[in-house]
Design a protein around this ligand. Structure first.
Ligand code: AMP
Length: 223
């Protein structure tokens, strides 16, 4: 029957292509040379939809896609009402969701002003601590908000920490670990059970093999 798989544009798409190729799912055209956003697979009758991260859960929830591949940040930000299954950690795109503020500046006495594009994650984090904060929604480039006096701190994704440092910010609290996850539409889990399970099993084996190879390389480097 074939599966419809929705993926994030950009980094996740690039990192996922080799994983999917190892499961015999390959786009029929080179995505780097095409402006298309829907690709047929070379074999197996699958389709790959390349979309914005925030839309991946929407496509999966509504059954337009059977499978979605997106960051845990996107899944958490999508909210509690999510009616899909999260089934696999692909262990790529690993980073952290953190709070960050200007280097050496203590938190203010007044209600903390927090800028983020991850407003749901931010609200939940401070609510869990019973801390009242003033949330400022931005669409990107959160790092400049404290520099410009718009906010006291930010909530953002941190990988190497270079972006924070370049903007005079330092890491404060870790909210959660992030990595790329595979999600499944609830109906597809029933109607395409064999295909969905087969893909999860293959991807899981590929992810494990990559992890073991990395461990082996680290051991060799340490010797
Ligand atoms: P870094 O400077 O390495 O800490 O990277 C931080 C910036 O890169 C953040 O502002 C994010 O927008 C982006 N970023 C890094 N890693 C990821 C990831 N795994 N998923 C999404 N965005 C990321």
């Amino acid at each position: 029957m074939g599966l419809v798989i929705a993926l994030n544009k950009g980094r996740i798409f690039k990192e996922c292509l080799p994983l999917l190729a190892a499961c015999q799912i390959q786009p029929s055209e080179d995505p780097d040379r095409s402006r298309k956003l829907i690709f047929d697979s070379v074999s197996g009758g699958h389709k790959l939809i390349v979309t914005r991260s925030a839309d991946v859960p929407t496509y999966v929830e509504n059954g337009v896609a059977d499978i979605g591949i997106t960051g845990k940040d996107t899944i958490l930000e999508y909210g509690e009402s999510m009616s899909f299954y999260e089934r696999l950690d692909l262990k790529i795109g690993q980073c952290k969701m953190m709070t960050a503020g200007p280097v050496g500046v203590a938190e203010p006495e007044h209600v903390l002003r927090v800028a983020s594009k991850f407003v749901n994650i931010t609200r939940k984090y401070y609510q869990a601590q019973s801390r009242q904060v003033s949330l400022i929604k931005l669409s990107g480039a959160m790092e400049i908000a404290p520099l410009l006096g718009l906010a006291d701190c930010i909530v953002d994704i941190v990988d190497t920490g270079n972006t924070l440092r370049a903007n005079g910010l330092e890491e404060r609290e870790t909210i959660c670990d992030i990595s790329t996850r595979l999600i499944v539409n609830r109906a597809s889990m029933k109607t395409k059970f064999d295909e969905v399970q087969a893909l999860i099993a293959k991807l899981s084996a590929v992810v494990d093999a990559i992890g073991e190879e990395a461990l082996g390389n680290n051991d060799q480097a340490g010797q």
